[in-house]
Design a protein around this ligand. Structure first.
Ligand SMILES: *[C@@H]1O[C@H](CO)[C@@H](O)[C@H](O)[C@H]1NC(C)=O
Ligand SMILES: *[C@@H]1O[C@H](CO)[C@@H](O)[C@H](O)[C@H]1NC(C)=O
Ligand SMILES: *[C@@H]1O[C@H](CO)[C@@H](O)[C@H](O)[C@H]1NC(C)=O
Ligand SMILES: *[C@@H]1O[C@H](CO)[C@@H](O)[C@H](O)[C@H]1NC(C)=O
Ligand SMILES: *[C@@H]1O[C@H](CO)[C@@H](O)[C@H](O)[C@H]1NC(C)=O
Length: 575
């Protein structure tokens, strides 16, 4: 017995020392992993500085502090473990009884384990603040109260939960590919919904000389009417048409109006109306301010700002008459809630989307396009602009900046070329700038998709602060970085970080600075930014994403709780 005791004591000490060694080793591994994790995060678009990460600054701060805390705990426990080990070795006796030693050991391990869990939790994929909150509280989100863009959510692409009868009011239905943003939105969205099997009734203006387009979709119906002299839908006629269709077959589940296609005077008593805004007066004030600042003394004042302010007041008064509102940019959603004071649960942000089958990267197509339009191979930078070449799209500003750049810097002139797609009064002026600017004229959708592939960066100098431009979204899906005016809708929804593009203020000096910056960065950097842009585009700005979000909103608005439907609940797939 006396022989056995010292031997037992000795082996317990060894075991304890080994256990402490274990803690130190495991901690070192965790520490290493942690730092590798932060630097070599597998998803380059989700780094802390990246804008494609939808989390706010607060989350980024949290993540960093989490890492700091857990790192400290690792260090702390490692140090204590080392210290204990030394103490045991030096004394070479058991200072602690077996029991109390166990206790210390357990506390240390628990400390490490908790730190590790903490780290795992903190360094998970980048979620928006709202999603994290939801994760913590309840795995269901009430969609009507969802504060961010619905594009961040993912809706299954399986057949719809139920088929809806939908009415759409739109001032004009596009006949050719060059239609305004509002009409293109109507077309992209409602063709997608009809293809998914919903019954779509489109109330729109007839056109005099054109043949109305036909579509091979059996659930799509057009109800045409002669527009008023001002170009609006004749409200009494369309209302009559609506009533007729509402009492034929089943009544409408949802009535969607693009802007004021259906006037509030008709819409005010209906609970199933959804209006999409593509530019509201409050946003336009920013454009007015820019235009006024850029105005030369000879030009007359274009729009009295006071007049615009009273337009805002008017809108604040009538907007609430519509039951539900869709904002097409994050900024617009904010204004509708904050300035227009529409209750949160009636404002939904659904960002615009464009056809991801048409707009996608294709290097070969881009090369062909360059060859076809004689773009010299030796130019190291190809910049592109597309859209109407008019004043409020910022072309006077761009023209002046380009003129100065080409005159003042030979190297810049020899290494760059600008492609300009579209037509308008500024086309001829761009031609005057010489061989550096190639004006392509208006392009149909197929050729526009080729155009995006031929350029290194898409430049959008628009001064229109209202709505959300489709061209920037198309360029993003084509894998191109952007340069655009620092407008709230762009900054808040599109170019949310420098890793996908460049912003400038609507002043000649600022445009020049941005162009020099792009030139200095060069093609390689632009390609990287293009990848980030495409990633964000695929995540948020596809037509599929937009249609899925609207479909869900329409399902939610026509939710039949008595029949056990819960289309307003969203189960977070993040858990
Ligand atoms: C319709 O056609 C007539 C003659 O064919 C032409 O004068 C008129 O401008 C056209 N209207 C529109 C809206 O294109
Ligand atoms: C359509 O018919 C339903 C059922 O009769 C009715 O509740 C609804 O108000 C009608 N909608 C319109 C726009 O008249
Ligand atoms: C809406 O309801 C109000 C009051 O209930 C009524 O005076 C008005 O005529 C209704 N408007 C329409 C378009 O039905
Ligand atoms: C052109 O601009 C670049 C970059 O700003 C500068 O390094 C270069 O000296 C300029 N060249 C001329 C001719 O001004
Ligand atoms: C590119 O080639 C054209 C002739 O094809 C030439 O005029 C121009 O100077 C060249 N530019 C550069 C940057 O080499």
């Amino acid at each position: 017995m006396a022989n056995v005791m010292p031997h037992r004591k000795l082996s317990t000490t060894t075991i304890h020392i080994m256990a402490l060694d274990g803690i130190i080793h495991v901690n070192s591994l965790f520490t290493l992993g942690l730092f590798l994790g932060l630097t070599l995060y597998p998803d380059p678009a989700a780094t802390l500085v990246s804008g494609s990460c939808s989390a706010g600054l607060a989350i980024a701060e949290n993540l960093v502090s989490c890492h700091v805390y857990s790192f400290s705990s690792f260090l702390f426990s490692s140090l204590i473990a080392s210290a204990l080990k030394q103490a045991i070795k030096i004394a070479n006796v058991l200072i602690f009884s077996f029991r109390s030693f166990c206790c210390v050991f357990f506390v240390l391990s628990a400390f490490s384990f908790i730190s590790f869990l903490y780290w795992c939790h903190c360094s998970g994929p980048c979620y928006s603040q709202n999603q994290i909150m939801t994760q913590k509280q309840d795995k269901f989100i009430d969609l009507l109260w969802f504060p961010s863009a619905w594009n961040h959510l993912s809706f299954p692409s399986n057949p719809p939960l139920k088929l809806l009868k939908i009415a759409l009011f739109v001032k004009k239905w596009p006949h050719r590919s060059h239609a305004g943003g509002l009409e293109r939105h109507a077309l992209t969205l409602h063709l997608a919904l009809a293809k998914r099997g919903h019954e779509l009734h489109i109330f729109t203006a007839s056109c005099l000389n054109c043949s109305f387009p036909t579509y091979p979709i059996s659930s799509l119906y057009f109800h045409l009417s002669k527009p008023t002299a001002a170009g609006y839908l004749d409200q009494s006629i369309v209302w009559q048409q609506l009533q007729t269709q509402n009492s034929t077959g089943k009544p409408f589940d949802v009535i969607h109006t693009e802007s004021v296609g259906l006037r509030h005077t008709r819409a005010r008593n209906l609970t199933n109306v959804v209006v999409s805004w593509h530019g509201i007066a409050y946003e336009t004030i920013h454009s007015d301010i820019i235009q006024e600042l850029l105005r030369t003394p000879e030009e007359p004042q274009a729009y009295a700002l006071a007049e615009r302010a009273s337009k805002v007041i008017e809108e604040v008064k009538f907007f609430p008459k519509y039951a539900h509102h869709v904002a097409t940019s994050d900024h617009c959603g904010d204004v509708l809630k904050r300035i227009y004071m529409i209750p949160e649960e009636r404002v939904h942000v659904i960002l615009n989307g464009v056809d991801e089958e048409v707009f996608k990267p294709d290097v070969a197509v881009g090369k062909d396009f360059k060859k076809k339009f004689g773009i010299p191979e030796n130019r190291s930078l190809v910049l592109g602009m597309a859209g109407r070449l008019v004043k409020d799209k910022g072309h006077p500003l761009m023209f002046e900046a380009l003129k100065q750049l080409l005159a003042e810097n030979d190297t810049f002139r020899r290494s760059t070329v600008f492609l300009v797609a579209g037509d308008g009064p500024w086309g001829a002026r761009y031609r005057d700038l010489g061989t550096n600017v190639i004006v392509l004229g208006p392009l149909d959708q197929t050729r526009l998709a080729m155009f995006y592939n031929a350029i290194d960066i898409f430049v959008n100098p628009t001064l229109r602060a209202q709505g959300l431009d489709h061209t920037v979204l198309e360029a993003m899906l084509s894998g191109k970085p952007l340069m655009a005016t620092r407008l709230a809708s762009i900054v808040g929804s599109v170019i949310v970080g420098t890793d996908m593009g460049y912003l400038f203020s609507p002043q000649v000096e600022s445009v020049k600075k941005a162009l020099y910056g792009i030139w200095a960065d060069g093609r390689e950097v632009l390609e990287k930014k293009g990848l980030v842009a495409r990633k964000r585009g695929l995540n948020l700005f596809t037509a599929t994403k937009m249609a899925a979000a609207y479909e869900r909103l329409f399902l939610c608005i026509s939710n039949d709780e008595k029949n056990g439907e819960n289309n307003c609940k969203y189960q977070s797939p993040l858990i």
